[in-house]
Design a protein around this ligand. Structure first.
Ligand code: NAD
Ligand code: MG
Length: 372
């Protein structure tokens, strides 16, 4: 007999992955309706005091559902203004004001309800409040569900650079309710898909094939396809983080497209292109450079461009940002050490490596080659 899997039977769609980091291990729950599951949050909360940190966009949408799972606890809220520009010292400090005003103790729990900005800032507050308290990630953007909520990188921006102040601090649980993606703007969804494609490119060729097959379903926010994409992305990220929690080695492969992408973001002024959009164009540049070095064939570069285009993502730098200016901006990126740009390149779809062995001329040529 066949097992009936109705899309309305949420328990069949819920997934649990575990990220194994010894004493810092934690589960990642993925699925629809998780915010409404009354018993999902409670096991990860040690004591009575809970501070939910969210922002002015996400709180009106999802805070009430989240609070329903926190009955019987002493729950406080800290609602931040929305935007990357608020991911700084003042906002971060404001979380401590809220915690101290309510005399929150060392055994309290912070809950980050929102996208990567809320997650990064809340995680970094949890890393520092009274030398470190627990926190739970409840990511509500696709980017946060596939990337920023997993792996323990937390932090804030400094006027001199993005994510320049921060700490490694792992959450005690990640709860990714895929229903929250229904309210996400289409551009934000696409930006998250760029990071999903990244996992296929750096280490999971079968996942890249699957993304090509399910691209339309993903664009149409098909629930089953989204859950599978998030699960496979988290699985890939978990494996990389398990092998290299503090980015001394292979975790750097997660930066595919990012050195080029950061140059685009910096060149345009942050906030014009979304991070995932810049990463998409950056991955095409990395692929093109790999092709020019003879490591990747032209057919693979075309497949990458085609998939990103289907997701509505850019595959070339913005007009007006030339190879030379891009290179200048890449030289101040934090991933560039001692002059030579350290780049993640491809040796095929599903295989990446870090190299310093490319010249400025080769980099500029590949950037300009992506523009037709
Ligand atoms: P974001 O947090 O700014 O969210 C994007 C927008 O969507 C915001 O306006 C937000 O309020 C809104 N939003 C969030 N959830 C929503 C929902 N369900 N419905 C409607 N609107 C919603 O951006 P992001 O892309 O989630 O995260 C980007 C940040 O993540 C950057 O600061 C980046 O540095 C960081 N990041 C961190 C890591 C890490 O490992 N820690 C990895 C990647 C990115
Ligand atoms: Mg990224």
């Amino acid at each position: 007999t066949m097992l009936q899997t109705s899309p309305y039977s949420t328990s069949l769609m819920n997934k649990r992955l575990d990220i194994n980091l010894g004493a810092r291990s934690y589960p990642i729950f993925i699925g629809p309706g998780l915010l409404r599951e009354p018993d999902l949050l409670r096991p990860w909360i040690g004591a009575q005091q809970v501070m939910v940190v969210s922002n002015t966009t996400v709180a009106p949408l999802y805070l009430e559902s989240l609070r329903a799972g926190l009955t019987g606890l002493q729950v406080a809220e800290c609602i931040l203004p929305d935007g990357e520009i608020y991911k700084g010292l003042n906002t971060w400090h404001g979380i401590f004001d809220a915690l101290l005003a309510r005399r929150f103790a060392r055994d309290c729990t912070l809950i980050a309800l929102g996208g990567g900005v809320v997650g990064d800032i809340t995680g970094f507050a949890a890393a520092c409040y009274q030398r470190g308290v627990s926190f739970i990630q409840v990511p509500t953007t696709l980017l946060a569900q596939v990337d920023s909520s997993v792996g323990g990188k937390t932090g804030i921006n400094h006027p001199a650079g993005k994510n320049m102040i921060g700490a490694f601090h792992q959450p005690v649980a990640v709860i990714a309710d895929t229903d929250t993606l229904s309210t996400l703007p289409a551009r934000e969804l696409a930006a998250g898909l760029a990071e999903v494609v990244k996992y296929g490119l750096i280490r999971d060729p079968a996942f890249f094939d699957w993304l090509e097959a399910r691209a339309d379903a993903l664009c149409n926010r098909d629930a089953v396809a989204l859950i599978e994409a998030i699960e496979r992305s988290c699985q890939n990220k978990a494996e990389v983080v398990e092998a290299d929690e503090r980015e001394l080695g292979q975790r750097a492969l997660l930066n595919l497209g990012h050195t080029f992408g950061h140059a685009i973001e910096a060149g345009l002024g942050y906030g014009d292109w979304l991070h995932g959009e810049a990463v998409a164009a950056g991955m095409v540049m990395a692929a093109e450079l790999s092709r020019q070095l003879g490591w990747l064939d032209a057919a693979a570069v075309s497949r990458i461009r085609r998939l990103l285009t289907r997701f509505g993502l850019p595959v070339a730098p913005p007009p007006g940002l030339g190879g030379e200016r891009m290179l200048e901006l890449m030289a101040v990126d934090k991933k560039v050490r001692a002059g030579a740009p350290r780049l993640v390149l491809l040796q095929g779809i599903g295989s990446a490596l870090v190299t310093r062995d490319v010249t400025a001329e080769q980099i500029m040529a590949s950037i300009d080659a992506t523009r037709d």
